[in-house]
Design a protein around this ligand. Structure first.
Ligand code: ADP
Ligand code: MG
Length: 475
């Protein structure tokens, strides 16, 4: 590319190349690949450095997050760069100047943008814009720690993010709060937007969907609403359970859904439970939701929690520098905070903030002090009695049969289920569990646990029962 001059100062591609190298070090590898690499330096004039960017998002994001660094590094050459300009250069599209209008993602730790992330403009549709999926570098596949409980969901999400032919539609992700549903959806949007900037990708919570629909009805713009939603290439709807019971919204959702599926457009939907279990959801919608790939995110296990903590520590270090953590602290947290990832993350953030404030190493005592309330809350232990009661209710048998001698299958199976759950959800040993089930031997318990494990693989009814019971016990 030609050499650009500015008052005798020559800024060349190779100078930009050097600046890029500096940036690679300062912003980290992921951010570099996502944000800096796509920038193409196009010139420097009157203190304004120009870049062409593949999408407006990249421009906005860089402008908000890296502009100062870029200006600083470029200015080091001797002459100040006072402003940076981004021009969207997309095949077949009009060039479009972007100013740093910003992406409306909050700086907090919650990934769901409460307000529309931004409005996709320039399609001649007037002011009735849809929120474009936010590109938030915190919620990517790279920052998602994979373990057994979320492996399947992760793999399916990755597959969708490849943007190949639509393999399953919709992809339905479900699971309890804070297990990573929103994170995965945003990661899909993020990856797709970078890979295929020409696609129209919309991430929206079901609540926002409803709100916009109602507003459209009120403003007599229902038709425009329909057209807009039906012109989307990839639609991600978060927390679909929200529209349960809201009839006109469900209707509209159903039609949007069908229209997009017919056009072979990808849908990704999340919910807090399996489609069939969402109360007050119309049957036709439930069955629609089930006809793609339905995957659940399981509650975290110890290994996953530890992995996430280790990953987040690295992130925190970028902010707080090299705070020291004593051995065993992360293991302690992974063991004791068994709730969702959000709680875990919150605990770690608080711990780092506190330790840096008081300038101390993060020791076990410090963690216990600083997180006393979280640790207490996580301490709520599920008792074996509680499990027995819930399981007996679920299968409609008498509680006394749990500990009694009857061996008919209608009694024995629920008993095995309760044993299995006791093993999974409490820290009791097999002999202890055996004692609580009318003094049975630990080998009986082990057999029961194995039996349920086998059945879960072969009998979806049993697998569902386990999930329902587990959830109601953990609530
Ligand atoms: P959900 O939508 O299922 O309620 P979120 O996606 O909002 O959960 O996740 C809650 C928080 O935990 C987010 O900050 C998210 O980044 C983080 N998180 C969840 N799962 C993981 C994971 N496997 N690796 C890293 N962070 C995770
Ligand atoms: Mg969520």
């Amino acid at each position: 590319m030609a050499v650009k001059t500015w008052m005798g100062y020559r800024m060349t591609d190779s100078t930009w190349g050097k600046v890029k190298e500096e940036l690679r070090k300062s912003v980290g590898k992921n951010s570099f690949v996502t944000w800096i690499e796509p920038l193409e330096f196009t010139g420097l004039k009157d203190g304004v450095a120009s870049f062409s960017v593949p999408t407006q998002f990249v421009g906005d994001w860089v402008s908000r997050n890296f502009a100062d660094q870029i200006k600083h590094l470029m200015s080091r050459g001797g002459k100040p760069v006072s402003r940076i300009r981004f021009t969207v250069c997309r095949q077949g599209r009009a060039k479009n100047d972007t100013k740093g209008s910003g992406i409306g993602t909050a700086a907090g730790s919650k990934p769901v943008p409460a307000t529309p992330a931004r409005v996709r403009s320039g399609n001649g549709d007037g002011d009735f814009g849809l929120p474009q999926a936010p590109l938030d570098p915190r919620f990517t596949f790279d920052s998602f720690v994979v373990g057994k409980p979320n492996e399947l969901a992760y793999t399916a999400a990755r597959r969708v993010a490849e943007g190949g032919p639509v393999a399953y539609n919709p992809l339905f992700l479900y699971g309890g709060v804070g297990l990573g549903k929103t994170h995965l959806m945003l990661a899909i949007a993020h990856a797709l937007q970078i890979r295929k900037p020409e696609l129209r990708i919309v991430y929206i919570s079901a609540e926002q969907f409803m709100y916009r629909f109602i507003r459209a009805l009120r403003d007599s713009k229902a038709l425009k609403f329909k057209q807009q939603f039906r012109s989307i290439d990839v639609l991600l709807i978060d927390d679909v359970q929200f529209i349960a019971g809201k009839n006109s919204t469900q209707d509209e959702f159903f039609h949007t859904f069908n229209a997009l599926v017919q056009e072979n457009k990808q849908l990704v939907i999340s919910g807090d439970r399996a489609p069939g279990e969402i109360k007050d959801m119309e049957e036709r919608i439930k069955s629609r939701l089930q006809c793609g790939l339905v995957i659940d995110l399981h509650p975290t296990d110890y290994e996953l929690r530890l992995g996430i903590l280790q990953h987040k520590v690295e992130q925190q270090r970028q902010q707080y520098g090299d705070l020291r953590i004593a051995d065993g602290v992360l293991e302690f947290l992974a063991q004791r905070i068994s709730g969702n990832v959000r709680t875990l993350e919150g605990a770690l953030i608080r711990l780092f903030a506190f330790a840096s404030l008081v300038g101390r190493e993060i020791t076990l005592e410090l963690a216990q002090d600083c997180l006393a309330d979280i640790l207490r809350a996580s301490d709520r232990k599920i008792s074996i009695e509680e499990i027995q009661r819930k399981v007996a209710e679920h299968y409609n048998i008498r509680l006394s049969d749990m500990i009694g001698p009857r061996r008919v299958r209608t009694i024995a199976r629920p008993r095995q289920m309760a044993m299995y759950l006791a093993k999974q959800l409490t820290s009791r040993s097999l002999p202890e569990i055996g004692r609580r089930f009318g003094g049975r031997d630990h080998t009986t318990v082990m057999h029961g646990v194995r039996r349920i494990e086998e059945l879960m693989a072969s009998d979806s009814q049993i697998a569902d029962d386990v999930e329902i019971l587990r959830r109601s016990l953990e609530d």
